[in-house]
Structures are given as C-alpha cells and as structure tokens.
Design a binder for this molecule. Structure first.
Ligand SMILES: Nc1ncnc2c1ncn2[C@@H]1O[C@H](COP(=O)(O)OP(=O)(O)OP(=O)(O)O)[C@@H](O)[C@H]1O
Ligand SMILES: [Mg+2]
Length: 308
C-alpha cells in the first residue's frame, strides 16, 4: 500500500500537501473522514475532498468485508491490563483497543487512578506502546505514574517520556487537542488515548438550558473524533465522566443526563466505579457489545490498581 497521497487519482500535489499539513497524512485518516470535515480542515473544495475520500477507499479496499475478515480484525484488538486480574476478567482481558471505554463514577472513585495505571500498563512487554493523556482537571500526576512504573520494575523516566500530556483549558481547546492527537498518532505507536475528564469542561462552558443542543453537538463531534482515532490507529480510548453519588440529585438538572447520554451512546464499553470499604472499589460493567454485565472488586494501593 502506498501512503503517497499524490498517487491518489484526483489528488494533486497541492491538495496532498494541504491534507498532510492538516494532519491527514495517511490513507486511513482520509478514508475515515467525511467530505465536510476534510473541506474544513484542509481548506479544499467539496469535489476534491470527495475524490480524495473515494480514492482512499479504493486503495484501502473499503466496502463490504466478510464476517471472517471481521473476526480477523477482532484478533488485532489489544487489551491493556488494569492491574487487577478480576477487573481484567470483567473486561474480557483488559481495556480494548479500537473502542471507547467510558469510566464514570463520583469523585474519588478511582477514575484517574485507573487512567494513570493504563498509561503505564500500555507500555508493558515487547509490544509496548505509548500513551496520550488529555488532562482537563490538572490530574496528571507524574509522581504517581513514577510510583506505578517502579512497582512494575519499569524505568520511570522512560515511561513518563512515552506519555504525551496536554492540558485542556476549555471545551474548544479540548476538542482541538483531540484533533491534534492524530498527529501524535501518525508519528508514534500510540496504544492508548485518555481524556480525563471528558465532560468537565463541557459542563462548565455550556451552563444554560439554551446551550444544551450546542454542547451535545460539540461533545458528539469530540467523541466521533476520538472514535476515529481508536479505529484508525487501533488504540484504546478511555474517557472519564463524573456523576453525582446520589442519582436523585440529577433530577431537575438535564445537563447531567444529556452529557451522560451522549457519552454513553458513543462509548463501546461503560464502567461504573464506586467506592466501597477503605481502599476497596467496585467496577461494574454496565454496557458492552458482547460481555455480560458484572462486577469486579479492586483496590487502589501505593503500587497502583490491584486485586482487592
Ligand atoms: N498513592 C496512593 N496510594 C493509595 N491510594 C491512592 C494513592 N493515590 C491516590 N489514591 C486513592 O485514589 C483516590 C482518588 O482517586 P481518583 O483521583 O482516581 O478519583 P476520581 O474518580 O478521578 O475522582 P474525581 O472525579 O475527583 O476526578 C484517593 O481518594 C485515594 O484513595
Ligand atoms: Mg479524576
């Protein structure tokens, strides 16, 4: 397969350059885009965008595939260990690539701890990959990652060096960082993309009822982008979402339900975390396309996520 865009029929040097500059340097990234998206991102005409996409599809042999091919695609899925065997079992072996996994729960339930553990564990072994961490709450703690890495006998500096961290200052910036992650994915072997928190900035940027539709639309676009990264680069996407401990508190506040709805609709796996006694936590698999619902207990220790 050639990745030289100029060899695509209907795509000239200039267009190829524009596409590459906009972060669409591979056939996969073009093939997975909509014409409107390419038009906007690369400042090209609708016709050019459409022919680039169909040419990419042709080269990539997109279209129908057999169930057997689909199974082979499933075989390429990677699973990132959580640190707890019970938790992994619940997830069918770990957090899956090619999908979005949403982890939601109240404050202190362990969402960020799980995310940090995954940035370490994705790097383990011969097939180890790197991680992207979009941080909206200033919760990326290098010291904590160091602790977790050392507990795995890994070189902490190297582990930290393999995590690309960006701080999002508002929801638009967060969306932009999601787009930018594509460039990092083009240049690095990225196995995990974390967004912690997915919804926090959206919640504070769009407060009134009148802004709900816009927020919903933006969040949806953000998640579509993340989904595209997951499938184009066979990476696991993990997003966190905070919810109130008492569901009754959500009553009368449609903003929470909407955020949850959009996030849930776009996630392949949904995990609800809750605090239990002392350092114990319970993960509940709420939604999965093929795994049964169930629960796993784990704990948060100095070393990281472990079996309870
Ligand atoms: N070094 C450590 N050793 C043991 N437990 C720790 C350590 N660091 C953090 N924890 C535990 O992790 C908890 C915090 O979890 P975490 O930050 O992942 O919650 P969260 O779900 O992300 O919350 P929020 O919604 O506020 O972001 C702390 O309350 C503490 O119990
Ligand atoms: Mg957190």
């Amino acid at each position: 397969m050639t990745d030289d865009l100029t060899e695509l029929p209907g795509v000239g040097d200039k267009t190829a350059e524009k596409l590459e500059d906009a972060g669409y340097g591979s056939l996969e990234s073009i093939g997975a885009s909509s014409a409107a998206e390419l038009q906007e991102a690369a400042d090209i005409g609708e016709k050019t965008a459409q022919s680039a996409i169909s040419a990419a599809h042709e080269q990539l042999d997109h279209g129908y595939s057999t169930g057997k091919e689909k199974l082979e695609e499933r075989d390429a899925v990677n699973r990132i260990a959580t640190g707890s065997e019970e938790f992994d079992e619940l997830m069918g072996g770990g957090v899956e690539s090619h999908s979005i996994t949403e982890v939601y729960g109240e404050y202190g339930s362990g969402k960020t701890q799980v995310a940090l553990q995954l940035t370490v564990n994705v790097q383990k072994g011969e097939e180890g990959k790197k991680a992207v961490f979009i941080d909206t709450e200033d919760t990326f703690m290098p010291e904590r990652v160091k602790q977790m890495a050392e507990a795995e006998d890994m070189d902490a500096e190297e582990v930290l060096d393999n995590i690309f961290v960006a701080r999002a200052f508002n929801s638009d910036h967060q969306i932009l960082l999601g787009d930018k992650a594509q460039e990092i994915c083009e240049e690095n072997d990225i196995g995990l993309i974390v967004v912690d928190s997915l919804t926090g900035e959206f919640r504070s940027d769009y407060v009134g009822r009148g802004q709900l539709a816009e927020r919903q639309q933006k969040l949806n676009k953000h998640m579509k982008n993340l989904k595209k990264l997951a499938s184009t680069y066979n990476a696991a996407v993990m997003v966190t979402n905070q919810v109130m401990s008492n569901p009754d508190q959500m009553f009368g506040d449609p903003t929470k339900a909407i955020g949850g709805h959009i996030a849930g609709h776009n996630s392949t796996f949904r995990i609800y975390l809750r605090k239990s006694k002392k350092d114990k936590r319970v993960a509940r698999l709420v939604d999965s396309p093929y795994l049964p619902e169930g629960e796993a207990a784990f704990k948060i220790t100095e070393e990281g996520i472990r079996d309870a």
